[in-house]
Write a protein that binds this ligand. Structure first.
Ligand code: SAM
Length: 306
């Protein structure tokens, strides 16, 4: 029987040899998952012996990771905005940079609910997450708003063109106790029959097609539909921008995640929309341009106190 310390050492050596740049961390996460313990417990108990079933589970996980499969798919879970989301090959693994979109959406909704009196009968704030994947954005937002006792004044919808991803997103909504508050639907971008939205959130595919094959091998396990943004990466994002004049309420806003070098092209696409629009690009925590805020110029003046 091997100890935790021994398995971590051999696992780290093997994963490092297979090209993982986070071999020790990967081994700790996978061994923790195999023995049913937190990573911190694994680190703290290197002398403990690992049973043969757990060792076999760890060995199988190592083989998958050596082949390039992301740790999140092997463990079946990914942390996002402090919450654990079930993930598998049906959905993109939520990225840390997308947490910015959720924080900004929470801020925007809170502003809409508190910046002016809301007499009885005021309609709900209507939010849609377009291209929801695992449901990470819509579910994290709904959970945050529920904690702030604001969710009862908000309608949250989440759409994806992939039925597979919607099935997993619905499971995540149940897991986070917001299945009653998030409506899921299959649609190509925005559902045609819905009235305008106050807030449109989107992390759509934005990688240029020609760059997909040169991404790290882990990305080859993710759905191409979640990554491939066409020739310049902005095919789907541009279609969403073109839909905004119809789909956004007069004082509505869209928050759209983009690639770090796509800001000027997105600003140009927003400027070409009929009417007057304001678009600005917010950097993520690493300072890279990441989140496009798009709204009507008139709405921007009204909300200049934000
Ligand atoms: C980059 S992933 C983002 C998933 C999730 N929002 C996140 O942040 O983790 C893009 C998602 O958009 C979906 N998608 C791609 N094209 C779409 C379209 N035309 N209409 C609706 N969803 C689309 C994909 O199926 C995928 O789930």
């Amino acid at each position: 029987m091997a100890t935790i310390g021994e398995l971590l050492r051999t696992g780290t050596t093997r994963l490092s040899a297979s090209g993982s740049e986070s071999a020790r961390l990967d081994a700790e996460l996978l061994l923790g998952w195999a023995v049913g313990a937190e990573r911190t417990e694994v680190i703290a108990h290197s002398e403990a012996y690992v049973g043969s079933d757990s060792a076999a589970t760890f060995e199988a996980a190592l083989v998958r990771r050596e082949a390039g499969e992301p740790v999140a798919y092997i463990r079946g879970v990914k942390e996002f905005h402090g919450m654990a989301f079930a993930v598998d090959r049906r959905v993109l693994i939520p990225r840390p940079e997308t947490e910015l979109l959720v924080s900004e959406a929470e801020r925007d909704v809170a502003w809409r609910l508190t910046s002016a009196p809301r007499p009885a009968g005021t309609p709900d704030v209507r939010v849609i997450d377009v291209g929801t994947g695992s449901g990470a954005i819509a579910i994290a937002l709904a959970s945050l708003l529920r904690r702030r006792r604001m969710l009862h004044e908000v309608t949250v919808m989440a759409v994806d063109c992939s039925a597979d991803s919607l099935n997993l997103a619905r499971e995540n909504a149940v897991g986070h106790a917001v299945a009653d508050a998030v409506t899921f639907a299959q649609a190509d971008l925005l559902p045609a029959t819905e009235p305008p939205f106050d807030l449109i959130l989107a992390n759509l595919p934005y990688i240029p097609s020609a760059e997909i094959d040169s991404l790290p091998i882990a990305a080859s396990f993710e759905p191409r539909l979640a990554l491939d943004g066409g020739p310049d990466g902005l095919l789907v994002v541009r279609r969403l921008l073109e839909a905004l004049p119809e789909a956004l309420a007069p004082a509505g806003a869209a928050l759209i995640e983009i690639g770090f070098d796509q800001g000027p092209a997105v600003e140009a696409a927003a400027a070409a929309l009929p009417g007057e629009w304001r678009c600005w690009i917010q950097p993520d925590l690493s300072g890279k341009p990441r989140l496009a805020h798009v709204e009507r110029a008139a709405a921007a003046r009204r909300s200049s106190g934000r």
